[in-house]
Design a protein. Structure first.
Length: 558
């Protein structure tokens, strides 16, 4: 080796050209043969500490020399695993030499550095001991090793930056996809598509815990074999996904055959052949709600920590988006219920007006026409007819006042629930053959207006049901304040009914009176109990509304 300057310039020139590859594996795989050829080495080996570590080796050598190279590279890897390995300021980089006289070989080893001080790997060359390797050659090899170290470090950092950029772009796409729709099916499809593509996985699935918290159900999958995994159920005591859900921890299994958590029974049931798994829990408010998993990495050596980190970010966004979509659906359902309730109230109001006040006014109108003719021929009969018309007008006015009162009694907001019920009972007794009694205990607290309105609506619904269906002659409304709860009871002596049969038939009925009462009771965290007798001397129905007060401070005014 005489032309060290030429070797130096030629190698550095070619290394500069390799910088355009922007891929560490390509740079190392091409730089090592270049070095081996330039220094007439029988074997070349390079180790570079990145994630995952890069190893390149060419040529042949005795096993004893190969073992020595392995030991060197393992020692460097172990030292770098402890943290940054920095060469002291002013210290010179030395090439270690080990002679193998029986094989006529000289093993050279030099650290790879970035910024001339930080160790990032090692380079080993086995050359013939007959070759000249003096000070000039040593300086050349040190310079080239530093060039490889610096170039490799810059390339690795560039690759890491590009990877982070792709991950950020993926998270941006995920965020846009998840905020673009509140349709749960479309939302999950987008999450699975992005997960499978960015991780280069054969398929990706999202499994959600059922209400019991003991089973995971695959609600969406993406990939060519998605149909094998769709709607499959897995116990949380089974497989890697079960372990992830049970322990609220992520998991990577790049060889399922060696991991005891893997369950081959899942593959048997689904027909899918699993080779590798990456799975992360979906959590919401600290509680596991499901698992996001990717199966069968298609590139590289398998799933890694970066994949898990990326999946965890996607899972976090997916869990929030799922909750938002669920809340939106709940809101839509509540909106539909409100619209339906409004329609029902309008129909009920129209029916009440038609059956009551409108008929009374029609009768008055007809009577007035008759009176107009009668007054010309029979004054006495006309006088009696005027009395009848007055009675009809009085009754119509009473019915109109009752309708207006039931819509929203002003006294409810000004004087409270008990006063409103007293007026309501008076109105009922003025306009009904049904005799209504009231046992109303003054309350020790002042109810919130909305809560009082809800209680009043429940009582109205119960009374209307009695008037329409019970054929009762007596009805009693009882309100009692028992310090920790408010009890409201509506009792009648009517025909009674089969409660379970009526509730079971809601799907095919237009009337949902009992269901409406229970839903209204639930809004104020109350409970509604219904007991009804259809046989014997004590027929009738008793409805009991129980509302906890102390546990629900928002339901009372201070």
């Amino acid at each position: 080796m005489t032309d060290t300057e030429g070797i130096n310039n030629a190698i550095l020139s070619q290394l500069i050209e390799l910088a355009g590859a922007k891929d560490l594996d390509v740079i190392l795989s091409q730089a090592l043969p270049l070095l081996a050829s330039s220094f007439q080495a029988q074997l070349g080996s390079v180790f570079f500490q990145v994630a995952p570590p890069q190893f390149q080796r060419i040529g042949q050598a005795p096993s004893s020399l190969l073992d020595q190279i392995d030991q060197i590279e393992q020692a460097v890897a172990a030292r770098l695993a402890e943290g940054t390995w920095r060469i002291a300021d002013g210290a010179s980089v030395a090439i270690s030499r080990r002679l193998y006289p029986e094989q006529n070989l000289l093993l050279l080893n030099i650290p790879l550095l970035k910024k001339t001080q930080i160790v990032v790997g090692s380079l080993s060359l086995a050359i013939s001991s007959e070759n000249s390797f003096g000070e000039a050659e040593e300086k050349t090899l040190i310079a080239i090793a530093q060039g490889i170290g610096q170039l490799g470090s810059l390339t690795a950092e560039l690759m890491t930056t590009q990877k982070r950029y792709r991950e950020l772009d993926l998270l941006r796409q995920t965020s846009q996809a998840l905020t673009a729709t509140l349709d749960i099916g479309e939302l999950l499809e987008k999450v699975m598509h992005l997960t499978a593509n960015v991780l280069a996985a054969a398929t990706a699935s999202l499994l959600l815990l059922d209400e019991s918290g003991q089973e995971l159900s695959s609600v969406i999958s993406h990939g060519p074999q998605r149909h094998l995994l769709y709607k499959q159920r897995v116990s949380i005591q089974e497989g890697v996904v079960g372990w992830v859900a049970r322990n609220n921890q992520p998991a990577i299994v790049n060889n399922v055959e060696t991991d005891p958590r893997f369950s081959r029974q899942i593959d048997t049931r689904t027909g899918f052949l699993t080779a590798s798994i990456a799975a992360v829990p979906l959590t919401l408010k600290g509680k596991v709600i499901g698992v996001l998993e990717a199966l069968n990495k298609q590139t590289g050596s398998g799933f890694d920590d970066d994949d898990l980190r990326l999946m965890a970010s996607m899972a976090t966004q997916a869990a929030i988006a799922l909750e938002n979509a669920r809340l939106y659906q709940d809101l839509r359902e509540e909106h539909d219920k409100i619209i339906t309730a409004q329609e029902n109230e309008r129909h009920a109001l129209a029916r009440i007006l038609h059956d009551g006040a409108i008929q009374q006014f029609s009768a008055i109108s007809m009577s007035l026409d008759y009176l107009q003719k009668l007054i010309k021929v029979d004054i006495e009969e006309a006088d009696r007819e005027i009395g009848s018309i007055q009675a009809l007008a009085h009754k119509g006015a009473q019915q109109a006042r009752l309708v207006l009162f039931e819509l929203r009694p002003i006294v409810l907001e000004t004087e409270g629930l008990i006063s409103a019920l007293e007026r309501y009972v008076d109105q009922l007794n003025n306009d009904s053959s049904l005799q209504v009694q009231a046992d109303l205990t003054p309350l020790s607290i002042v109810l919130d207006t909305n809560v009082a309105g809800t209680i009043f609506s429940i009582i109205q619904e119960a009374v209307n049901n009695v008037k329409k269906h019970a054929q009762a002659s007596q009805l009693k409304i009882i309100v009692s304040d028992q310090s920790d709860r408010l009890l409201v009871q509506i009792q009648d002596d009517g025909l009674g009914f089969d409660v379970s049969q009526v509730e079971a038939g809601y799907a095919g009925r237009n009337s949902l009176g009992l269901l409406n009462m229970k839903e209204r009771a639930a809004l104020i965290e109350g409970g509604l109990a219904i007991a009804s007798e259809t046989q014997g001397s004590q027929t009738g129905t008793a409805i009991t509304l129980s509302i906890p007060l102390k546990a629900n401070k928002i339901f009372t005014k201070n």
